[in-house]
Design a protein around this ligand. Structure first.
Ligand code: AZC
Length: 829
């Protein structure tokens, strides 16, 4: 800095007390100041929620200090940055996670204590940030935590939906959706950046113009919307690095249309302009099927365009041409949702930066990577050409151009194999012409990642077979992981303390591989005793919650058996329910004297169904109908209980997971791309009852088949079984339980008919009947194991000890090295 600049900086620094202090007294002072000045309550009279607000603002101040330093540092060092583009981030609550990552959890708890508050109670006041649907969105959140912790220079980009994922309300056992207006009570975790905003264009026409004697395309838009940045600091653990998650909100554009002002219809003009905000109003709640909705496409382009303007502006601040762009920029597409970014970069480089097609194309091909999260064909996005052409006319031209060059090249490589050419084309011909976003991504990205080894094999051999044969080198996989900071340290503090005590270090919080150190104590009687205690207390807390929520009293001595995830036919919650019905039926038909041999179970199911997914909604209703019957049957008593957890979300998961004994991951083999819930449960010492699908295959390698309950058709058997169709023999017990549902044993006979039809008469696409027998055997094995407490506890310890590989830190390290080519950039303390 110049002499004058330095003098000013020193004077400013002198006015500051240095960085904010983290001792309990300083924190208390800050909390009280925020009560008075930010929350505007009297510091002598405020409640738990206001304490939450004031504490959050005190934490936010500390986050901002680090976040500023990190951004400054990145700016100075100008490393290659990762830009993580995702339409969904499922962050959950921020307070506990932030104070733990900042290393000030205990000081905050002390500070609150002395003010007469309890940290846990205050933290409970926070609502969830639910800007995502399920696995994909929570994975993004875990990955942000790892990127920050590992000091990677990364920025997340997404949309700031005003309404997150709907709230699930159950009335009479039926799911109803209610809007989640999560910003109602303010959001201390974001920083509005009114000056960071960009105009995003839509509609209009493409004109040809001559510029400096050269013909070029100019997009004349028909509508402009302003994107305003909201920054969400993401602190790393054990580092000063605090990275940014930048979410865009839509606002009416500042550029005025003079003509409409002249018409004098002021009120209507204002109302029309206000409509711009609808773009970022609501998250689409369907996680697999895309219906070619204009608003969804608008959302995608809106966030892509704003993010790229931001990225290019940042790049240009430090560079005066695009030569170094690929050395400085890695763009990660989280599924195909942001894949319009490809066409947008081409448009900016060709039409605005005037680099020429070939040069722009070379750049595009080196900066983009793509991860897909599904194996289901309906999960692959398609955009009707008409829709794209009207909303983004220039992008459609660019995509056509990319496709035409690709098709020409392909013909040279494979000849005139028209079937294959048409399968690989980015443009799908037919009654409705579509753009296949996955094909666009495959053509343009240097890497396509699967989310588990099996998933990657399926991509190579089925979903993207043609592309794999063409470009085998593009295909990689990074098995998913989850962050142990949130899923052990935040949500299971007593287990966290126990692990650190036995390992003699907290280093596993940054290096999950160290968890293997627990293996040698797995049979140690003292550790087992302490392990059981921790688990028991978590179960008691869960039992209290269940009673408060549903009125059902459950015993913490029973086995807590959970299945928590989105409701999908392929995830087979129905198989679980049929198993429960079978268990109930057995208890009912048993001699009374034999009942004492039954291992008591509390079955917990939680998850949301997409609003338009009828069958999934019927599964939820069936769960309630069965629960109603079982829970009120005095014959059964404590031997079997069934509870549905309404409005399953990240916070509910944080409560349920630490208290679970057994968890179910029972998708039909070949359908779950990875699965991440299993990893959270595994870390917490919960045993798995599972099929060999997705990442479970790799979990088996870590913990061994003996330490879990495996069942069901294997991947290679599934298609043969399907081909056999109705001839497949199903066990008698299966026919019996389905009949009970069909004949109205649980009521709602007509309503459940179509559900039963999915299983019988040649249906049963997901092979519930085929797998039922082995499912029951696995369940019986779990019962048997549970009775041997010592053995069970040992298995539980081994689960945690073997979970290190499933940390998102490992996943992110792999991405950084093999896909993005980025390196840590650690901000000095
Ligand atoms: C999910 C997959 O279903 C799940 O298996 C995986 O673990 C997770 O992504 C994270 O990779 N997919 C989604 O949530 N959504 C879509 C569109 O696939």
């Amino acid at each position: 800095k110049s002499g004058e600049g330095r003098a000013k900086a020193e004077r400013m620094f002198g006015l500051m007390d240095g960085f904010l202090k983290n001792d309990p007294v300083s924190l208390q002072k800050d909390i009280l100041d925020h009560v008075e000045y930010t929350v505007a309550r009297s510091r002598f009279n405020f409640d738990d929620f206001e304490a939450y607000q004031a504490l959050s603002h005190s934490v936010r101040d500390r986050l901002i200090e680090r976040w500023h330093d990190t951004q400054q540092y990145f700016k100075r060092k100008d490393p290659k940055r990762l830009y993580f583009l995702s339409l969904e981030f499922l962050m959950g609550r921020s307070l506990s996670n932030s104070v733990i990552n900042l290393g000030i959890r205990d000081q905050c708890a002390d500070a609150l204590n002395q003010l007469g508050f309890e940290f846990e109670v205050v933290a409970e006041q926070e609502g969830d940030a639910a800007l995502g649907n399920g696995g994909l969105a929570r994975l993004s959140a875990c990955q942000m935590d790892s990127l920050a912790t590992l000091d990677f220079p990364a920025i997340g980009y997404g949309l700031r939906y005003q309404y997150g994922l709907f709230r699930q309300v159950i009335l009479d056992g039926f799911q109803h959706e209610q809007p989640d207006y999560w910003l109602n009570f303010g959001n201390p975790w974001e920083i509005e950046r009114v000056h960071v905003s960009y105009a995003v264009k839509f509609y209009g026409t493409v004109e040809e113009e001559f510029l400096n004697g050269e013909k070029c395309k100019v997009w004349v838009p028909g509508e402009m919307v302003e994107a305003v940045a909201y920054d969400n600091p993401i602190p790393g653990y054990g580092t000063r690095n605090t990275i940014n998650l930048r979410l865009w909100a839509a606002k009416p554009s500042g550029q005025y249309d003079m003509e409409s002002y002249n018409t004098g219809d002021y009120i209507n003009e204002v109302i029309n302009r206000q409509r711009a905000e609808t773009i970022s109003t609501v998250l689409y709640p369907d996680d697999r099927s895309y219906q070619g909705k204009e608003l969804r496409l608008k959302q995608q382009y809106f966030f892509v365009s704003a993010s790229l303007q931001d990225i290019i502006r940042r790049f240009k601040e430090a560079h005066n041409n695009f030569d170094d762009f690929p050395e400085k920029v890695a763009l990660q597409l989280n599924d195909t949702h942001p894949s319009l970014a490809i066409a947008e970069v081409m448009r900016v480089l060709v039409d605005e930066e005037r680099l020429g097609w070939n040069r722009a194309w070379d750049i595009v091909c080196t900066i983009f990577s793509f991860t897909t999260h599904t194996v289901l064909p309906e999960g692959l996005e398609k955009i009707p050409v008409d829709l794209l052409g009207s909303l983004l006319p220039r992008h459609l031209q660019i995509i056509y151009e990319i496709n035409s060059i690709f098709m020409d090249e392909l013909k040279k490589r494979i000849g005139l194999d028209y079937n294959r050419l048409s399968r690989m084309s980015i443009v799908e011909e037919g009654a409705i012409k579509n753009i296949r976003m996955a094909n666009l991504s495959l053509v343009c990205c240097h890497t396509v990642n699967g989310v588990s080894r099996v998933h990657s094999e399926l991509l190579k051999t089925r979903v993207f077979k043609d592309f794999y044969e063409l470009w085998p080198q593009k295909f990689q996989y990074k098995t998913n992981g989850v962050t142990q900071r949130r899923w052990i340290v935040v949500s299971n503090p007593s287990l966290c303390a126990l692990i650190s005590k036995w390992l003699g270090t907290e280093a596993w919080i940054r290096d999950a591989d160290l968890l293997t150190g627990l293996r040698e104590y797995a049979a140690d009687a003292i550790l087992q005793q302490e392990w059981k205690m921790v688990r028991k207390v978590n179960k008691m807390r869960l039992a209290e919650y269940i009673e408060a929520m549903s009125g059902v009293k459950v015993s913490a001595d029973a086995m807590f058996d959970v299945q928590i995830k989105r409701i999908h036919e392929y995830k087979r919650q129905l198989l679980n329910l049929l198993g429960i019905i079978h268990r109930y039926d057995c208890i009912k038909n048993m001699e009374k004297s034999n009942r004492r041999k039954v291992v008591p179970r509390v079955c917990i199911i939680g998850g949301k169904a997409a609003p338009g997914y009828e069958i999934a909604k019927k599964i939820i209703k069936l769960c309630h109908a069965v629960a109603e019957k079982i829970n009120n049957d005095s014959d059964v008593g404590d031997l079997l209980k069934l509870v549905f957890f309404p409005d399953y979300n990240v916070s509910v998961a944080e409560l349920v997971i630490p208290g679970s004994d057994l968890s179910q991951h029972i998708s039909t083999a070949g359908h779950e791309a990875s699965g991440t819930g299993s990893m959270k449960l595994l870390m917490n010492g919960c045993l798995l009852l599972a099929t060999a699908d997705g990442s479970t295959v790799e979990i088996i390698e870590e913990i061994g088949e003996d330490n879990m309950f495996l069942f069901g058709a294997k991947l290679h058997e599934v298609s043969a079984l399907r081909d056999k169709g109705p001839a497949t023999k199903v066990p008698l017990q299966f026919a019996r339980v389905v009949r009970m549902v069909r004949e109205g044993y649980f009521g709602f006979k007509d309503y459940f008919k179509s559900l039963c039809d999915t299983l019988e008469g040649g249906g049963d696409f997901y092979l519930l009947g085929n797998d039922f027998g082995s499912y029951l055997e696995a369940q019986a094995a779990a019962d048997k194991a549970f009775v041997d407490e010592e053995k069970w506890t040992q298995m539980s310890i081994l689960c945690t000890a073997s979970s290190g590989r499933f940390s998102s830190d490992r996943t992110i390290e792999e991405y950084a090295e093999k896909t993005w080519g980025i390196e840590p950039c650690k901000c000095p303390f």
